[in-house]
Design a binder for this molecule. Structure first.
Ligand SMILES: Nc1ncnc2c1ncn2[C@@H]1O[C@H](COP(=O)(O)OP(=O)(O)O)[C@@H](O)[C@H]1O
Ligand SMILES: [Mg+2]
Length: 379
């Protein structure tokens, strides 16, 4: 009797052990699947039987420029501006029980973004509550964009060095020039002649401040935990005061952006330069949108960071003049009679000190300056 009991207990133990091994194995499998999905460069979307979004991986969040929290539960029509082709593919896949592929589909995304993608839609019949549909999107212009960013980045590093070198060369003799003019002024008896030395001194001062601006802020930056929206609100109120009621400054903030380590004053300066440009570009009345989003696993230049803040400054002005569009980040490039052409080069410089980047796209009525700043940096 005892032997039988012992045997039964042993069998029970073995069964329990097997069950927990199985559970462990399943968990490990799930972890592995999650890791694969998270690191995939293709965007993966899952729609439930009601054709509402039930899953998306980080690449899809990046493509759709939204977080899972914002996007889950939405129908395709609410995710894409031109959802027609994708909706057709969803129904075709469900009707035929087979996957459907379309190449080089031009997607119009929210916030006037676009992407060219290869799309595959596959019905998944294992679900308990009717069939689900899996959508894979492979972004075709993505690789193009990464390499373009990279060359933009290195180009800017070179220009910055060039400008700094030049500015230093000009700065030193300026001090001597000014001092000499002051000495000369003291020696002059004729007050009329002093007018000339005054011109030398004031022009030397003007050049000095120009050169200082070209060199950018000399203080090493003071990184502090900063709420990006506080920075944007400062910029918004400063520019609002300058433009009066002429331009509407609308905010579209993503409250889920965590605090980030930045130099607050430098970031205010960079944003101020960009938002002021937008305000100056709008001839009469118009609108500037300040938009923030958080992106996971996003490239800035050639480096991929786990978490990146994206700030977009969008205006409905006439756009950047065609002839300077490729050069606006260079110093001394300006489209305005009274411009210095330093605003954007300084802003770019400040962003680079945060491992960030500014880029821009422009068409009449829709100009977007995008600032990318890593929140969590790559180790
Ligand atoms: N939002 C914008 N819309 C149209 N043009 C712009 C915009 N932002 C910048 N630009 C163009 O880029 C040029 C360079 O800007 P910036 O470097 O700030 O120098 P500045 O403002 O002194 O001219 C501007 O003169 C303008 O022609
Ligand atoms: Mg400017």
């Amino acid at each position: 009797m005892r032997a039988v009991l012992a045997q039964a207990t042993a069998v029970g133990l073995v069964l329990a052990l097997e069950r927990s091994m199985l559970a462990l194995k399943r968990q490990q499998n799930l972890d592995l699947q999650r890791r694969i999905l998270d690191n995939l460069n293709s965007a993966i979307l899952m729609f439930d039987h009601g054709l509402r979004l039930s899953y998306l991986n980080p690449a899809a969040e990046r493509l759709l420029a939204g977080s899972a929290r914002q996007l889950l539960g939405h129908k395709a029509g609410e995710l894409f501006l031109n959802a027609g082709p994708i909706e057709q593919m969803l129904t075709a896949a469900l009707d035929s029980d087979d996957s459907v592929t379309r190449r080089e589909l031009e997607l119009e995304l929210m916030h006037s973004n676009r992407a060219t993608v290869d799309v595959t839609v596959t019905p998944v019949l294992e679900g308990t509550a009717g069939s689900e549909v899996l959508v894979e999107l492979i972004e075709l212009d993505r690789f193009l964009r990464i390499t373009r960013d990279e060359s933009l980045y290195s180009q800017q590093v070179v220009t910055r060095e060039l400008v700094r070198g030049l500015a230093h060369e000009v700065k030193n003799p300026l001090g001597g020039l000014r001092g000499a003019a002051q000495l000369l002024a003291k020696q002059l008896d004729n007050a009329d002649l002093q007018e000339y030395t005054d011109v030398i001194i004031s022009e030397a001062d003007r050049l000095q401040s120009l050169v200082n601006r070209m060199l950018g802020p000399s203080t090493r930056h003071a990184l502090r935990n900063t709420n990006i929206h506080e920075v944007l609100e400062r910029v918004r109120s400063l520019v609002s005061a300058e433009v009066g009621g002429r331009i509407m400054l609308r905010r579209d903030y993503d409250p889920s952006i965590p605090e980030m380590q930045v130099d607050r004053e430098q970031l205010i300066q960079a944003l101020l330069n960009v938002v002021r440009n937008a305000a100056q570009a709008i001839p009469a009345e118009g609108e500037i949108v300040l938009r923030t989003r958080v992106l996971r696993k996003c490239f800035v230049g050639s480096k991929r960071h786990p978490l990146v803040a994206r700030i977009e400054i969008i205006d409905d002005g006439p756009g950047i003049p065609k002839e300077i569009q490729d050069r606006i980040f260079y110093p001394m490039v300006t489209g305005r009679a009274e411009g210095t052409g330093l605003g954007l080069s300084i802003a770019q410089n400040l962003l680079q000190q945060h491992d960030g980047l500014i880029e821009c796209t422009s068409a009449p009525g829709h100009t977007v300056f995008t600032l990318l700043i890593p929140i969590q940096r790559e180790q």
